[in-house]
Design a protein around this ligand. Structure first.
Ligand SMILES: NC(=O)c1ccc[n+]([C@@H]2O[C@H](COP(=O)([O-])OP(=O)(O)OC[C@H]3O[C@@H](n4cnc5c(N)ncnc54)[C@H](OP(=O)(O)O)[C@@H]3O)[C@@H](O)[C@H]2O)c1
Length: 215
């Protein structure tokens, strides 16, 4: 939402997408005028391909979809549940696979991973491996999709209390949006993963939070 809002403010033509038309209608109602919406399930390869084809030609894509799963450990998570969580990996893969044919070569793709991808915490094994898998897409895709640029943002603790972080600022969605715009607009940045986590990747947080969101 904040990426769409900031992009529109900066003059971009923005299209948002998710599965639910009612979610999209609600989002559009709270965004600046001119934002368009397209409903599709990005876990289904054909729907992702159709979405991208219908919206072509595109300049920049940011993949922010989550799989709505709470943090859990590898021993405690059934293969079926873990596979559902990894739908997020496949959404990113679908975009990287189908987008090059429908994008301007000067464009960029930005993925979203998460701070546990490079700093595992006991009890968060599925998230850690999911975030790591998304980050592992960035460098090979940057090589293979060039000159289209491919980067990722690794968020941590966005919207949560700052008690687990170095910086005295709990990251907010607008902080992610500003980084997304920086990656989109800087033509010299590709194959990069940028941490926006107020420093928690250094091990300042042990995983003991009472209210963690699902991702
Ligand atoms: N907040 C943090 O600190 C943090 C930390 C690490 C990683 N992240 C990651 O950063 C990203 C953005 O976070 P967020 O808090 O904005 O996520 P969010 O509020 O959970 O938003 C997820 C969006 O994904 C859409 N979505 C879910 N499944 C989809 C599908 N199959 N196809 C298309 N769209 C789908 C949802 O809409 P519908 O339900 O309508 O489809 C929703 O709009 C997520 O990937 C999250 O995991 C966040």
């Amino acid at each position: 939402m904040e990426i769409a809002r900031l992009s529109t403010t900066l003059g971009a033509d923005v299209i948002i997408s998710s599965r639910s038309k009612s979610n999209l209608d609600a989002a559009i109602a709270s965004l600046p005028e001119g934002v368009a919406a397209y409903a599709a399930d990005a876990t289904i390869a054909q729907e992702a391909a159709q979405l991208l084809q219908d919206l072509a030609p595109l300049d920049h894509i940011v993949v922010t979809a989550s799989s709505g799963m709470a943090a859990s450990s590898i021993p405690d998570t059934s293969p079926e549940t873990a596979q559902a969580a990894f739908s997020r990996f496949w959404m990113s893969y679908h975009v990287l696979h189908f987008a090059p044919n429908v994008m301007h070569s000067s464009g960029s793709i930005t993925l979203l991973s998460g701070s546990s991808g490079r700093r595992p915490i006991a009890g968060y094994g599925v998230w850690s491996s999911l975030h790591g898998s998304i980050e592992s897409l960035v460098r090979p895709a940057a090589l293979e999709l060039a000159p289209i640029r491919v980067n990722a943002i690794s968020p941590g603790g966005i919207g949560l209390a700052p008690d687990r972080q170095l910086a005295h600022h709990a990251g907010q969605p607008i902080d992610i949006a500003k980084m997304a715009i920086a990656l989109i607009t800087n033509p010299a940045v590709t194959s990069t993963i940028v941490d926006v986590d107020s420093g928690e990747r250094l091990g300042t947080w042990s995983g003991e939070a009472s209210a963690m969101p699902s991702r």
